[in-house]
Design a protein around this ligand. Structure first.
Ligand code: 4AD
Ligand code: MG
Length: 480
């Protein structure tokens, strides 16, 4: 059952030779031209039926959505739009698709809204748009591994089920197999987790960082790439409850080295997409051009998709301290005209996405790395600066996306870290193993987390994060 992939057939110069392909019918015109897509490329192969080659019964079964195997001869195409086509000699319909039923789904050949496609997420990968997005997603995943492997990082599988809340934000999903109608209780009437499956409270990981740090302390430089889970109730086009995160962690590396790594890594992956996914990027670029036509001038994209990607490659990310950013924001037009939902009044304010997007899209007009944030708005593990009020944190902000990376130099001093945990009521017993890294051969080290879906959003030019992961999980939605 080894059939030639459509992507290879379209490139092939083996004219007049037999070929067998398999895929799904995208269209069937004039009882003569079948367009087949097999997922290997955005493009379809045209298969031409000459008179009386196929019996009437089979002909009636060639419907949009049907799975089909075609054998024929590869010939130069007489029509426009394709270089080669297949002159059909044999057709086998492997799986029918009833036209009356297809009509009720997104497989029917007409424009469907992205919302409608989400409702049929099991079928949407058969559309051009989602085929392109998911092929890109796969290629980008490969590029992530290739980058780190080439640069001598080790891939570490940090646990999915964990006892710790790495971000200390209390947004973890609980993992239990207790009978929720009748959980075991202790003498005070509280739920007794010592009787739960793990003999303790457990949750789905919000980040592999803390375990990643312990591994960097032995392997030198590591990365994770796995699913992470957050029970935050943010129903935005940038948040998922289940998303994939890439988290490198490097021993003997400070914040500057961390920024260099993040910038180099992101550029590598984008370059990889430009080098290896041209057809899909071109399709998505045209899709955006079409979409923009129905928008008012002011809302249209300033750059074509591929130009936007090249722009990121050709320009240094602008590195700006939080303190400088606050000054810019305080004196900005939208702040003075009270256009921000959260006006910036003083140093210490947490930056909302409206502020991040102003900095990136209006002020600097390029990717920005903000660093040295106030300690109070960042996580406990970030290294305290000499000023005693800022930490060696960095966020990378991207146009149209906002925050794509969050990272820091870690607090390597045991006493400072313990003080911080105490101030935030993080019990030492919960993180005794993490503190051991500071007890035994502690060293300067840094890392970051990049939200993979936000990267895919940027590269594909899509605008809703639900459209760049096969089956999005969001508040009140876990269908499929
Ligand atoms: O900024 P965050 O919360 O940082 C961490 O988790 C650190 N432990 C990372 C580290 O230093 N190793 O998350 C990192 C990135 C964000 O910048 C964003 O791209 C993405 O993860 N992210 C989300 N993506 C989709 N949906 C969500 N709910 C996300 N929350 C964070
Ligand atoms: Mg963050």
């Amino acid at each position: 059952m080894k059939h030639t992939k459509v992507v290879d057939v379209l490139k092939s110069d083996k004219l007049l030779q037999p070929v067998t392909i398999s895929g799904w019918v995208r269209s069937f015109r004039n009882d003569r031209f079948i367009a087949i897509n097999d997922g290997s490329t955005i493009n379809t192969i045209q298969c031409v039926l000459e008179d009386n080659i196929i019996d009437q019964k089979t002909l009636e079964r060639i419907n949009v959505g049907a799975a089909i195997i075609i054998t024929g001869t590869l010939v130069e195409s007489e029509g426009k739009g394709q270089r080669v086509e297949i002159k059909v000699s044999e057709i086998h319909i492997e799986g029918d698709a009833d036209p009356e039923e297809v009509k009720l789904t997104i497989l029917s050949p007409k424009r469907h809204s992205l919302e409608k496609l989400r409702e049929q997420a099991h079928l949407r990968v058969r559309t051009n748009t989602f085929g392109a997005i998911m092929r890109l997603r796969s290629k980008l995943s490969f590029a992530v591994h290739e980058y780190f492997q080439k640069n001598d990082f080790y891939y570490v599988h940090t646990p999915i089920i964990t006892g710790s809340d790495a971000e200390g934000a209390g947004e973890a999903f609980k993992v239990t197999n207790m009978d929720l109608k009748n959980p075991p209780k202790d003498e005070n009437g509280e739920v007794d987790y010592s009787k739960d499956f793990f003999g303790r409270e457990a949750n789905l990981t919000v980040s592999g960082q803390l375990e990643g740090e312990t591994y960097a302390m032995g392997l030198g430089q590591i990365y994770t790439f796995g699913p992470t889970f957050r029970a935050e109730n943010s129903n935005t086009s940038r948040h998922l409850s289940e998303f994939w995160m890439i988290e490198p962690e490097i021993a003997f590396c400070d914040l500057d080295g961390n920024m260099d790594l993040a910038e180099d890594f992101i550029k590598y992956v984008i370059q990889f997409a430009l080098d290896n996914c041209m057809d899909d990027l071109e399709f998505l670029e045209n899709r955006l051009v079409q979409e923009d036509k129905s928008k008012p001038q002011a809302e249209r994209a300033e750059m074509l998709l591929r130009d936007k990607l090249k722009f990121v490659l050709d320009n240094n990310f602008k590195r700006v301290s939080y303190t400088e950013a606050i000054e810019i924001l305080k004196n900005s037009k939208p702040n003075k005209k009270k256009k921000f939902k959260y006006p910036i009044e003083e140093w210490g304010a947490d930056l909302q996405s409206e502020h991040e997007r102003f900095l990136v899209e209006k002020h600097f007009k390029c990717p920005v790395i903000l660093f040295d944030y106030p300690a109070d708005i960042k996580s406990f593990y970030m290294r305290l600066n000499e000023d005693g009020k800022t930490v060696r944190a960095m966020d990378i902000l991207f146009p149209g996306i906002g925050e794509i990376v969050g990272g820091s130099q870690r607090e390597e001093r045991l006493d400072v870290l313990k003080q911080k945990m105490e101030a935030l009521n993080i019990p030492e017993e919960d993180l005794w193993w993490y503190l051991d890294t500071r007890r035994f051969g502690t060293c300067t080290h840094s890392g970051f987390g990049l939200g993979f879906e936000r990267l895919v959003l940027f590269v594909t030019g899509m605008s809703n994060i639900r459209d760049v992961i096969p089956y999005p999980r969001t508040p009140l939605n876990a269908e499929f």
